[in-house]
Design a protein around this ligand. Structure first.
Ligand SMILES: [Zn+2]
Length: 241
């Protein structure tokens, strides 16, 4: 990837200066732009895209979406004037939107860690996928033969109440294997993987934006634990503390 993903190192950086490396026309007054570095989180991993602005001298654009395409991170922009390769731009994300996204995403991980502490995951419930946008949910393969909604909500809020610290670093799959609670299928083997840790609890592989301390999440509400044939879907929401 030609773009340095600043958001992976620090989810609290709201702006950057970057150089435009490539520009492609998408539609009338719409382009996709490749930058040498970015704070814009691209849609994916169950998290919504960042939005915001790119501004240069006598030029500005609205970033309505950031998305990975063909292995590169593209900023999809609307602008009345075409962006040019080599331009230096100041990028700023919509922080309110990002903060909500990272609180929702972090809440998903707290619930997942709570599921682990309760002894339900990674077995018999094995994490399959998650979505942390408008109607957040986590899907597990398998089921447990009791109603876990209340204990899960209680344990997740207990972890938030302790104001535990999230931390992360990059390491090889081999290193990650030694400490991860579980490994998602199809993790890349060719590059260092970001390992996300919750203080005193454990670690998983993760590439999303994350809060530093759990209290920033607010309160977690488990709205539904839906048990299907061989799947358990945990739906949740958050309310600001
Ligand atoms: Zn995640």
């Amino acid at each position: 990837m030609k773009t340095q993903p600043i958001y992976l190192d620090d989810s609290y950086i709201k702006e950057m200066y970057a150089t435009i490396l490539e520009v492609h026309a998408e539609a009338h007054e719409k382009w996709r732009v490749l930058l040498d570095k970015t704070v814009f989180y691209p849609m994916g991993g169950g998290q919504s895209t960042d939005q915001g602005m790119l501004v240069a001298k006598d030029w500005q654009a609205n970033v309505y979406m950031a998305m990975m395409k063909d292995g590169e991170l593209w900023h999809y922009v609307t602008a009345t004037v075409k962006p040019e390769v080599g331009m230096i731009v100041q990028g700023t994300i919509n922080w309110e939107r990002r903060r909500k996204n990272m609180r929702l995403h972090s809440a998903g991980h707290v619930i997942d860690f709570a599921m682990h502490l309760l002894g339900h995951s990674p077995s018999p419930l094995s994490p399959l996928k998650a979505d942390h946008s408008k109607k957040p949910y986590i899907v597990y393969q398998g089921k447990v033969d009791k109603d876990i909604k209340e204990e899960l909500e209680k344990k997740a809020n207990e972890l938030i109440g302790k104001n535990l610290q999230f931390s992360w670093n990059f390491q090889s799959l081999e290193e990650l294997k030694k400490e991860a609670i579980y490994l998602q299928p199809n993790l890349p083997t060719s590059k260092p993987l970001r390992t996300l840790r919750l203080e005193t609890v454990g670690a998983v592989a993760d590439g999303g934006t994350i809060v530093r301390y759990t209290k920033e999440i607010g309160q977690v509400i488990i709205t539904e634990v839906e048990v299907k044939e061989n799947e358990t879907v945990v739906r949740y929401s958050i309310v600001p503390a």
